[in-house]
Design a protein around this ligand. Structure first.
Ligand code: UDP
Length: 318
C-alpha cells in the first residue's frame, strides 16, 4: 500500500483530504498538533500522531515508510499573521523546513504543498496566473511564498518532486456518509460560514461597499473543498517527474460579497441580515484565479458551484 503523510490532517481541508485519500486506496498517517484541528475529524482508518511541526524528532519518526507528503499544517489567518508575524514565520516556514528535513532523512521525495493566493498580494492583473507578480501584503502570504521558494530550491538540492497548489477561497464540506466534515474554525472569519451564522441581532458585517467593483463589494474566487482535494489527488499522481510546479486552484470565476449573500439567501430560503462595515485591512478588491494551468497539467476542473458550497457548508454546520 502507498502511505501518504498528511500534516494538518485534523484541520478542515486536511481531514477531508485524509478521507478522500483513504477512499482512493491510500494508507494515511496524519500528523497534527490539534492546535486548531479536531481529533474527531480524523478518519479512524488513518494512523494519527499528535505532535507539532516544530518537533523534528517526532516528524522524522512519523514520516518513516511514507511514499509522499501532503503538507496542510500551518497557521492560516491573515489578520492574526499581521499581529503575530513571528508565529507565522516559525510555524509555517520553520515547520515546513522541518518537514523537508524529515523527508530527506526518510528518503521521501514527493510533496504537495498548500500554498495560497495570498502569495500574490494586491494583484496587478485579473485573472491571476502563476506568472503574475508575487508581492505578498501580509506575513501569512510571505510565509507561504517562502515555502514555495524553498520547494523550488529543494528540487535542485534533493531531487524532490513537489507541487505548490495556490488555493483561492475554499468553501463547502464533505458528507462522508457517516458525518459531515466542514469548517469549524474558532474564531470563524471566512465569509460563507459567517453568512450562514448571521442573525438579526448579529448581522453579517460586509467589509466595505465602496470597492472598485461592479457592486462595490470585494470579489473572490470560491472553490469547493472536494474539488480542491481532487486537484490534490491529481497533483500527487503527477509527481513522478522531478521538479517543482506552482498551480492555482480556484474556479476561474469570481463572486462579489453581495452575490454570495444573495445566493445564500436563495439556498436557505430566507433573507441574510447584513450591515455595511468599514473595509478590512489587507483585503484586495478582486482575487480571481486563472485555472488554465490546473486544467492542462492536472487534467482537472472544478465541478461544484457556489450553491453547492453554500448548501454543503450549511448542512455541515447543522
Ligand atoms: N468578508 C466580509 N465579511 C465577513 C467575512 C468576509 O465582508 O464577515 C469579505 C472579505 O472582506 C472578503 C471576502 O468576504 O472580501 C472573503 O473573505 P474571507 O475571509 O472568507 O477570505 P479571504 O478572501 O480573506 O481569504
Amino acid at each position: 500500500m502507498t502511505r501518504i503523510f498528511v500534516t494538518g490532517g485534523a484541520g478542515y481541508i486536511g481531514a477531508i483530504a485524509t478521507h478522500q485519500l483513504l477512499e482512493s486506496g491510500y494508507d494515511v498517517t496524519v500528523f497534527d498538533d490539534l492546535s486548531t484541528g479536531h481529533r474527531d475529524a480524523v478518519d479512524s482508518r488513518a494512523q494519527f500522531v499528535q505532535a507539532s511541526l516544530l518537533d523534528e524528532d517526532a516528524l522524522k519518526k512519523a514520516i518513516e515508510g511514507a511514499h509522499a507528503v501532503m503538507h496542510f499544517a500551518g497557521k492560516s489567518l491573515v489578520g492574526e499573521s499581521v499581529e503575530k508575524p513571528d508565529l507565522y514565520m516559525k510555524v509555517n516556514v520553520e515547520g515546513s523546513k522541518n518537514v523537508l528535513s524529515a523527508m530527506r532523512s526518510a528518503g521521501v521525495k514527493k510533496i504537495v504543498f498548500s500554498s495560497s493566493a495570498a502569495t500574490y498580494g494586491e494583484p496587478t492583473e485579473s485573472p491571476i496566473t502563476e506568472e503574475s507578480a508575487t508581492l505578498p501584503t501580509n506575513p501569512y502570504g510571505l510565509s507561504k511564498l517562502t515555502v514555495d521558494i524553498l520547494l523550488a530550491e529543494s528540487e535542485i538540492a534533493d531531487g524532490f518532486a513537489s507541487c505548490s497548489l495556490r488555493y483561492f477561497n475554499v468553501a463547502g464540506a464533505l458528507n462522508t456518509g457517516k458525518k459531515w466534515l466542514g469548517e469549524r474554525h474558532d474564531p470563524e472569519t471566512h465569509l460563507i460560514p459567517r453568512v450562514l451564522e448571521a442573525t438579526e441581532n448579529n448581522p453579517l458585517k460586509i467589509f466595505g461597499n465602496d470597492w472598485p467593483t461592479s457592486d462595490g463589494t470585494c470579489i473572490r474566487d470560491y472553490i469547493h473543498v472536494v474539488d480542491l482535494i481532487e486537484a490534490h489527488l491529481s497533483a500527487l499522481k503527477n509527481l513522478d517527474e522531478k521538479g517543482h510546479s506552482i498551480i492555482n486552484i480556484g474556479s476561474g470565476g469570481g463572486y462579489s460579497v453581495n452575490e454570495v449573500v444573495t445566493t445564500a439567501g436563495n439556498v436557505l430560503g430566507r433573507e441574510i441580515p447584513i450591515r455595511i462595515d468599514s473595509r478590512r485591512a489587507g483585503d484586495p478588491a478582486i482575487l480571481v484565479a486563472s485555472i488554465e494551468k490546473a486544467k492542462k497539467v492536472l487534467s482537472w476542473s472544478p465541478t461544484r458551484n457556489l450553491e453547492s458550497m453554500i448548501r454543503d457548508s450549511f448542512q455541515s454546520s447543522m
